[in-house]
Design a protein around this ligand. Structure first.
Ligand SMILES: Cc1cc2nc3c(=O)[nH]c(=O)nc-3n(C[C@H](O)[C@H](O)[C@H](O)COP(=O)(O)O)c2cc1C
Length: 194
């Protein structure tokens, strides 16, 4: 049987893109517009997905939504008894980017696909979104933090039982040039053969 090859891509450009990927900690406007967001979501929907269950959903905030998200974080911080410093800082957290996407895993019982597979799938959509944004010229950073695991914050966002947040993806225009991507001296240090 003839070998089946993946569709042709510009391998050098794709590899260079992946090898030099960086996160952007400092972000400013503009962030991705609706058409760009649609493309990014299309890319996210191409995440490897056992059973095509699409075990995720995305909550996006920009403009006033960032304010609402920050206030939800603050209410959750208060309810969780966090130190005053964290409560005071909460409203400003989402303001660090013009677009914040909260990625929610929505695992369900399935005879074939374990919930952990579904969680991993949802987590991979964060990276797919980040890579798609970067390919459109935007910077981003995948953040977590205590809110990710806080039931009160989950309720603030309307998450239902079993849903989990797998990341806060902050997106916008990088405010600083990328630092050079660190390359491991020997990538084989991370590999052993079975
Ligand atoms: C699940 C997950 C959670 C993360 N949470 C944070 C975070 O809360 N704050 C942060 O500064 N970086 C966080 N990071 C790391 C950044 O996204 C980023 O990878 C790191 O700053 C290294 O930069 P680089 O991607 O350019 O190598 C997280 C990464 C992952 C995968």
């Amino acid at each position: 049987m003839a070998a089946i090859k993946a569709p042709p891509v510009d391998h050098n450009a794709a590899l260079e893109f992946l090898l030099n990927r960086r996160s952007s900690h400092q972000l400013m406007g503009p962030g991705p517009g609706d058409e760009e967001l649609a493309l990014m979501l299309q890319v996210a929907l191409r995440t490897p997905d056992f059973g095509h269950l699409h075990p995720y959903r995305f909550l996006a905030a920009r403009g006033d939504g960032l304010e609402r998200l920050g206030l939800a974080m603050q209410r959750a911080a208060k309810a969780a008894g966090k130190p005053e410093k964290i409560v005071a800082r909460a409203p400003g957290m989402p303001q660090r980017a013009p677009l914040v996407i909260v990625v929610v895993a929505t695992p369900r019982s399935d005879k074939i696909v374990p919930e952990s597979d579904q969680l991993l799938c949802a987590a991979c959509t964060v990276l797919m979104l980040q890579l798609a944004a970067r390919s459109l010229g935007y910077g981003g950073i995948w953040r977590s933090g205590w809110m990710m695991y806080d039931q009160g914050f989950h309720r603030e966002l309307g998450l239902v039982e079993r849903e989990q947040i797998v990341g806060f993806l902050y997106l916008g225009t990088p405010a600083a040039a990328d630092e050079e991507a660190p390359q491991p001296a020997n990538p084989f240090d991370y590999l052993s053969w079975i």
